[in-house]
Design a protein around this ligand. Structure first.
Ligand code: MG
Length: 258
């Protein structure tokens, strides 16, 4: 390919969709992390953050006056570890916990039924070595990327646990994962909450994601007059424009933006 990127300066990149912002001016940025900014790995703790990504995001944060947020299934602590030494705004656990940069994070009391939920899930994971239990503090996830054939069984055990103990909790499906998270908040409500804060207000949101858990933020971005950009082939009906083939395309776009 010899086409040019929006900045028109890097040979060898595929052209990007016309809906993709060509400049950071006037935009507020909402990023999913896994499968969007960073390639998915066999297990969540194996992902590799390219060294150029944290400074690029920090630069974008500065350039937009703070209008950049990560909306992710990960915990706040994990996000801070991934992007160290930078501290970025985060809507963690699929938007359930919001952390602005200049304020201390809200105190979180995990749902009292989560230990019971874990007790139901533990025997399943013990019986299936390819399944992985991830405890995020206020959510718990069963991953099965190492054996996709476990999907049906994993979903059944997670849904059972929630039916048994999960008043106030809900099941969040994702790529090779079923997760139990607090009911009521999602990436869409998190996007709306950030847009109401001074750093974001008055800008157009652009939400970038790759998975079904991103649909709520896609819809919220479009409803707020912004755009929703998908990474990879859409999985069923989506509110996002398929704009990037893979995370590396997103990173190239960001590097050209900043
Ligand atoms: Mg993702």
């Amino acid at each position: 390919m010899t086409s040019k990127n929006p900045a028109g300066e890097h040979e060898g990149l595929a052209p990007w969709h016309s809906a993709i912002p060509r400049s950071a001016d006037g935009w507020a940025f909402f990023f999913d992390i896994d499968g969007t900014l960073v390639d998915i790995a066999s297990t969540p703790d194996r992902i590799a953050v390219p060294p150029s990504l944290p400074p690029t995001l920090a630069h974008l944060w500065k350039r937009t006056g703070g209008a950049v947020a990560m909306l992710t299934g990960r915990s706040i602590a994990m996000v801070d570890e991934l992007f160290a030494p930078y501290t970025l705004p985060v809507g963690a656990i699929h938007g359930s916990l919001i952390r602005h940069v200049l304020e201390p994070p809200a105190e979180v009391v995990p749902h009292p039924a989560l230990p019971d939920i874990r007790r139901v899930l533990e025997p399943f994971v013990a019986a299936h070595p390819a399944a992985l239990l991830e405890d995020k503090g206020s959510a718990v996830a069963v991953h099965f990327r190492l054996d996709p054939s476990l999907a049906e069984k994993a979903e059944a055990v997670v849904r059972d646990a929630v039916a048994q103990y999960g008043e106030g909790l809900t099941v969040q499906p994702g790529k090779m994962v079923f997760e139990v998270k607090p009911l009521g908040a999602d990436k869409g409500t998190a996007l709306d909450a950030f847009m109401a804060s001074p750093e974001f207000a008055g800008r157009r949101p652009v939400a970038i994601g790759d998975d079904v858990t991103d649909e709520s933020m896609f819809r919220a971005a479009v409803a707020a007059g912004g755009v929703a950009l998908g990474v990879g082939a859409p999985r069923g009906k989506t509110a996002a424009i398929t704009a990037f083939a893979e995370p590396e395309d997103v990173r190239r776009w960001l590097a050209a933006l900043t």
